[in-house]
Design a protein. Structure first.
Length: 694
């Protein structure tokens, strides 16, 4: 008998369906060596067992009406595509009216973005998907909504909850958001249960747009004292004398900036070069700034107030600051809370987590969800759930999520649905963008969360060629989740719309990209396939998020749904080579790999839903074959499968292999299974994978 050994074959072709890879090797004297054939076809009864979801960007998936923007009818026209991918659910990017192409700034939870179609179109998509056993999940953005009274660029302005709320202190929408004239004091006083006292994360506060308390109208004198260049001062007083025009002398580089881009140059004191003055007729609704350049906004040329200290007192010198350089205001601005460092989101106010269901904002958002659930929507993907409550400790976010889940589940269970899609309880998956250990406690609130750690570990494994810790890590995450929820669902994935593309993370190495698909579709969990991933799309966020959100290239020549992306598409990627048309015709394409392993996962209950367990030999304790990732999947009916992936760019020969390898059912790359006397031996080529029924 030969010893265990690694053998390195340098020129193995990665033939997807090829079974044989001949090599010269000695045969035992008794001649009992047999090569075991791996079937090229997968027998599948057509039942979608595998719970594979497709993450779809409505704006860039498929356009049906020629306006260049993806729409509901475009999705409906491609339901065959999802059947071929074995998909039984679609996660749609936000479909509500919004000011952005991506939709994560909802202007109206009760409406649909007209660019995507009508309610009748949406209903048509839901019904057609249901007829194929495909569920529809909406992306629900609970944390914040649009702070702007506008929708898609170019569309007419509309009133939103926020514009109504900010119009006055006395209106029905006021409590939907957090307003304050002095956030630090209000937080310290415990006025905002969504933000913990002590300032763990008090977020960002922005002045309510157009608030009358910010500006001033009338004749004012401005006096600048630049004696200390690092801390100059401005003093403003009401002026009785005549107003001045801007100083025509270009030697002075001190400007008063206010109102609708008005810029007045100061006059230098003839007896003191550090002092400057001007009297102007002021008309500004936001306050003023001091500038030291008339053309540049570069760092250091804009002088204003410090955060939290924007108001000027007439007659009192105010020290200027050119780091924060906030607008200097004439009154105390009313501020609204937004934690995403943008003034176009406003966080919703649900009050204390324990009583969130009674808050006006919760009731209204929940009522909007009812509308979609009654139309047949099957579940929600919840955005940014770790940002809803800004507290350092405690269970506010999971508590809130459970309240939301239970509320929506009541409606879900009251609506009849086709047997092809109905579940006992509503499906909901949360985005808690963090390592698994931080995700785990959130399972108290929802049945499913994305497992970001899955992809982070997998890409490390593929790029390093080391697989022996992979199963152990994944099982470790499951164990953590199960301490919070016995039936926790791991929504496994590669990359998504907020991350660099998986193909880019793998250096656009085709063998690794194919193997990533094979791992995703043979591991436990409920996998998500992200639009374009199945075609090998690459792209990073460095030049803009749009570059990881590219349209599907359906045919070799023809239009794509790129109209929402402001030209930010990569023409070098969207060629005929990467199209669905080309890859469908090529049985060795990445798309074919996805379809093959998705079919495999749907065909075998053990792969679809079975428990995952570590292989007894080829795992983290095995240092002889560090490139191997091996695990079992065992279904409740007792059926069991063995999955083996070689993450190395070299071949590995394993003999004797400890399991019964007589029934291989699928392979990727070069795999040789042989039986020599009573022992099995397995040769796994570079970045190859194999699955056995045991
Ligand atoms: Mg369209």
């Amino acid at each position: 008998m030969r010893n265990h050994q690694n053998i390195f074959l340098t020129a193995l072709a990665l033939l997807f369906f090829a079974v044989s890879c001949h090599k010269d090797k000695p045969v035992n004297g008794d001649g009992t060596e047999d090569k075991i054939t791996i079937p090229t076809e997968i027998a599948w009864d057509g039942t979608k067992r595998a719970d594979i979801t497709y993450q779809l960007l409505v704006y860039s998936f498929a356009d049906s009406d020629g306006d260049g923007i993806g729409d509901f009818k475009g999705i409906q026209a491609h339901l065959d595509y999802f059947d071929a991918l074995g998909v039984n659910a679609l996660w749609l990017s936000p479909v509500h009216p919004s000011a952005s192409y991506h939709g994560y700034d909802v202007a109206d939870y009760y409406a649909l973005n007209p660019k995507f179609g009508t309610e009748a179109d949406f209903q048509g998509l839901i019904d057609a998907a249901h007829a194929r056993g495909i569920k529809i999940y909406m992306d629900y953005v609970l944390n914040h909504m649009s702070a702007k009274g506008h929708v898609w660029p170019g569309d007419a302005a509309v009133d939103t909850w926020f514009t109504k709320a900010s119009a006055s202190a006395d209106n029905a929408y006021r409590d939907y958001f957090l307003f304050s004239a002095n956030p630090a004091a209000d937080i310290a006083a415990g006025k905002f249960p969504m933000i913990e006292r002590g300032g763990y994360d008090s977020g960002q506060w922005f002045a309510v747009p157009g608030g009358p308390e910010l500006g001033a109208k009338g004749r004012y004198h401005f006096h600048l004292d630049w004696t200390s260049p690092s801390a100059p001062k401005v003093t403003v007083t009401e002026a009785a004398g005549p107003a001045q025009v801007s100083n025509p002398s270009e030697s002075v580089q001190k400007y008063l900036y206010f109102g609708a881009e008005k810029l007045f140059r100061f006059y230098q004191d003839p007896s003191n070069s550090n002092l400057f003055d001007i009297t102007v007729d002021l008309d500004t609704d936001w306050g003023f700034l001091i500038r030291t350049s008339s053309t540049s906004w570069d760092a250091g040329t804009k002088w204003g107030a410090s955060s939290g200290s924007q108001q000027i007192t007439l007659g009192t010198a105010k020290t200027l600051n050119n780091e924060e350089a906030k607008d200097i205001t004439f009154g105390q601005p009313e501020l609204f809370h937004s934690h995403f460092w943008t003034d176009w989101f406003a966080d919703l106010n649900y009050g204390a987590a324990s009583s969130a269901a009674s808050s006006p904002a919760f009731k209204d958002v929940a009522a909007s969800a009812d509308k979609w659930l009654r139309m047949g929507v099957d579940g929600f993907r919840l955005d940014a759930v770790k940002h809803i409550y800004h507290n350092a400790s405690g269970d506010e976010n999971p508590t809130f999520l459970k309240t939301w889940y239970d509320r929506c589940n009541q409606t879900y269970r009251s609506v009849s649905r086709p047997a092809s899609v109905v579940l006992n309880d509503i499906y909901m998956v949360g985005e808690q963008f963090a390592e698994a250990s931080e995700v785990a406690p959130y399972y108290k609130g929802l049945p499913a969360f994305f497992e970001f750690s899955f992809w982070w570990r997998l890409k490390d494994a593929l790029n390093s060629g080391k697989g022996n810790r992979f199963a152990k890590d994944i099982l470790g995450y499951q164990a953590m989740y199960r301490t919070y929820r016995a039936d926790a669902i791991e929504a496994t994935k590669l990359s998504n719309h907020d991350e660099d593309r998986a193909a880019s993370d793998l250096g656009r190495n085709v063998a690794k990209i194919k193997q990533a698909a094979a791992v995703l579709l043979t591991a436990s969990g409920a996998p998500y396939i992200y639009q374009g991933e199945e075609l090998g799309y690459w792209g990073t966020k460095a030049k803009g998020d749009e570059y990881v959100r590219a349209p599907i290239k359906w045919v070799n020549s023809g239009k794509i749904a790129d109209g929402a992306l402001s030209g930010k598409v990569d023409p070098a990627m969207l060629t005929a080579d990467i199209s669905v048309e080309t890859q469908t015709a090529d049985k060795s394409s990445l798309l074919s790999v996805y379809r093959y392993f998705a079919t495999l996962r749907n065909a075998y209950p053990a792969l679809a839903q079975g428990a995952m367990s570590e292989h007894a030999i080829y795992n983290s304790t095995n240092t002889m074959y560090p490139s191997l990732a091996c695990w079992y999947r065992t279904a409740t009916d007792g059926s069991k499968m063995l999955v083996a992936h070689n993450f190395s760019v070299s071949s590995v020969l394993l003999l004797p292999f400890a399991d019964n390898l007589s029934k291989p059912v699928a392979q990727l790359g070069s795999v040789i299974v042989e039986k020599e006397s009573d022992a099995f031996q397995l040769t796994l080529g570079p970045n190859s994978s194999v699955v056995f029924a045991l």
